[in-house]
Design a protein around this ligand. Sequence first.
Ligand code: X2X
Length: 339
Amino acid sequence: MSFSRRSLLKATAASAVIGGVGAPLVARAQQAEFSYKFANNLPDSHPLNIRAKEMSAAIKTETDGRFDLQVFPNSQLGSDTDTLSQLRSGGVEFFTLSGLILATLVPAASINGMGFVFPDYPTVWKAMDGDLGTYVRKEVAKANIVAMEKIWDNGFRQTTSSTKPITGPDDYKGFKIRVPVSPLWTSMFKAFDAAPASINLSEVYSALQTKIVEGQENPLALISTAKFYEVQKYCSLTNHMWDGYWFLANRRAWEALPDDIRTIVSNNVNGAALKAREDTAKLNATVRDELASQGLAFNQPDAAPFREKLRSAGFYSEWKGKYGEEAWSLLEKAVGKLS
Ligand code: X2X
């Protein structure tokens, strides 16, 4: 029995003996009317989980103990692929998932991950809090999943390797790189003639350690909190795509909540997303020195030759065809003409 549970039981026993105003409060806190699970793939120390725990506490207080949001970090309830199935069946009520992986179910959801299109955060938020995000959320709704309004930041992705730095598109040739399970990721690295392997995050550390793959790509905040610097030598600031987490709810579970609770939950979730965006951006900007002191060698290649390689490989026109005119024009409205 955990210490906190034991103290809670003691407190309950005490209030049962002495009675008084404390008793009903304790009883209510013990038995929430709604107890929902929130799963995610990130380490405990990542800003998303720090803000998630804070928001869970705030929700409990604001709902007077009626709603208990249990946070399960670190793929504890299964890999991303498993958890997406559990979200659909209702085994898990909430799940934060990269739009690119969600695209295995809702193809439009990977559009923000187009290679080398977002120049900076202001452009990202304008698109994702604006028309492009609205479009994606509508597509997600068709799969009976609710995507909360504010997408959470994962970050701009960088490439790490145990064998060599990436200095230009040619260095990706034949490069054995882990990518998340998502058609867009595989397609982009194939366009660079790399050898991408789809692996869920929960398996990545050991895949790098045992050299099943040479490298992987992720934002610095994740490279740091998942300790990939322990099993990688180089970090190339390729900034090749921006990735975010949609906060997803099982529709039945979401609609089962009374309006007042639903409002408290969504206000807190969206509010925490905004706070976590600031945390992640700060971490991504400051953690480089720390990673360098942990042994990663950094370099910053020019983005233009990568973009040119994707264009000449027909990558943009292929994906424009897959997403369709409407989605593509919303993306171009945000980032400028692409093809
Ligand atoms: O799996 C990854 O690489 C991660 C953590 O960035 C995603 O969730 C897409």
